[in-house]
Design a protein around this ligand. Structure first.
Ligand code: ZN
Length: 119
């Protein structure tokens, strides 16, 4: 199954980079997070170096030149996945989110009457 460019844009918007980062297990404080490749940092330490741009839904590490990009890149780089796998994972994540919302709002549930009083 091929994913269209438009769908990718939608998918990117539907997945907040901060929320995805937290779900992946990255320690996030405000709009900063702890890099997942700190072993390569010249200045090591506990200081968060991942910067999340909430407006653009992107991220980058101040120490690593190759850590950064879109929400797709975050999943790929963190998990070491192919781009397609990251896209599918994020698509499932959004579907799950939608399903949960429907469940909680229970749309349509009231339309199933136990008794028909109209007669
Ligand atoms: Zn880094």
């Amino acid at each position: 199954m091929e994913t269209k460019a438009m769908d990718l844009q939608k998918l990117e918007k539907a997945n907040s980079i901060i929320q995805v980062a937290i779900e992946l297990g990255i320690k996030v404080q405000g709009n900063m997070g702890k890099c997942f490749k700190t072993d390569r940092h010249v200045l090591d330490g506990e200081k968060p170096t991942l910067f999340f741009n909430l407006a653009k839904n992107t991220f980058h590490c101040r120490e690593c030149q190759d850590v950064g990009g879109t929400v797709f890149d975050l999943v790929c780089q963190y998990r070491g996945w192919e781009r397609q796998k990251a896209i599918e994972w994020l698509a499932h994540r959004v579907e799950f989110d939608e399903a949960t919302k429907k469940l909680y709002h229970g749309k349509g549930r009231k339309k199933l009457p136990l008794y028909d009083n109209s007669k």
